[in-house]
Design a protein around this ligand. Sequence first.
Ligand code: LLP
Length: 405
Amino acid sequence: MALSADVLLKAAREYGTPLFVYDADLMLQRYRDLYDFISWPKLRIFYALKANYNVALLRTLQEAGAALDTVSPGEVQLAQRLGYTADRILYTANSMTDAEVREVQRTGVLMNIGELSRLEKFGREFPGSRVCVRFNPDVVDGETAKTATAGPATKFGILMQDVERVVAIAARYDLTVVGLHEHTGSGLTMEASVYQSMANLMSLATPERFPHLEFLDFGGGFKVPYRPDEKRVDYRAMGAEIARLFREFCGRYGRELEMRFEPGKCIVAECGHLVVEVNTLKDNRGRLIVGCNSGFPQLIRPMLYNAYHHIVNLSHPQGAPRTYDICGNICETGDRFAEQRVLPEIREGDLLDIENAGAYCYSMGGIYNLRPMPAEALVRDGRLSLVRRALSNAQMVEQLLSECV
Ligand code: LLP
């Protein structure tokens, strides 16, 4: 991975553990790679900020000119406070409340609506508005069933068969449909899924139905390798095919539209590390159990999705290999970062690096068992700094009490 063991050990020494460390240089490279790989002049990347809302990372992307995909009024507020203007934000929440729609509509951020009933209510309250409409592309793919976002079993998007109903609602309320959107899933396992979802959305986007389109948004979902032996998708080849398909579509549509993607994982996953310290080691009749000073509320993907995160023994890399369960400090049996994982011999006090911890780790975190979330450090232009402090136990308790009425 990108950050060396030396940098991670130094970060742990300076700021303590558990600690998230992000490589902003790698994040920027992943972001820029997308523009390099998908050669479409009107390409725009909307980073899905739910993947990681670290303010230093968001500032870095802001300076690089990125736009954002947001899913809650809180995300919109944070984005605007960081200088992302309304034209650089898309709002793709689901199960929105009326109050939430009003709040976001006031900011000038474009709404992406994925339910007929919400579109109807939106039209009634804000006739004459610009809007984006989210369809379910009916392609089932994703790293796990929980992260497949399209097809018959999902709550997201309007069915393609209902496209004429969308057209009718738009006409009734004089809505200008400026964009169509789909998101197939996270960690798409097949390149064909990307092309098929694109084709399905493009098949709806006729000039007769939607004469005012400015963009098509094909969501996120670009897969990153989590296992050391996993092959990286050839995104250059994929980008060429994506551009070819879109060029053909624009020919049919009659205008060169903007192409949007809104990836989270492929921009930030690989840039993140969670460094933890080993507190306990026990031998349960031959099963070696490691206890660390972090747990699933701080990195839930293994427990929630059975996700593989590669783990490196930073402080004893030359140890003889042994097989371990790498557990956390939470009072639940499922609190494991890895099961039966072969690692160089682990000793109490060793520091472990849990890799690919940049996407959906801190951002899905919580304080279950009342352990504060870890601090976050950043490497930018090769320089290490602390960018977010952890709350102390006393501060966390104070905050809890202050919330009580
Ligand atoms: N656009 C929409 C509408 C989304 O719902 C998502 C992710 C994205 C874009 C970004 O997808 P990405 O490029 O990051 O795959 N917590 C799960 C992933 C959940 C993704 C939710 N939506 C995980 O840790 O794998």
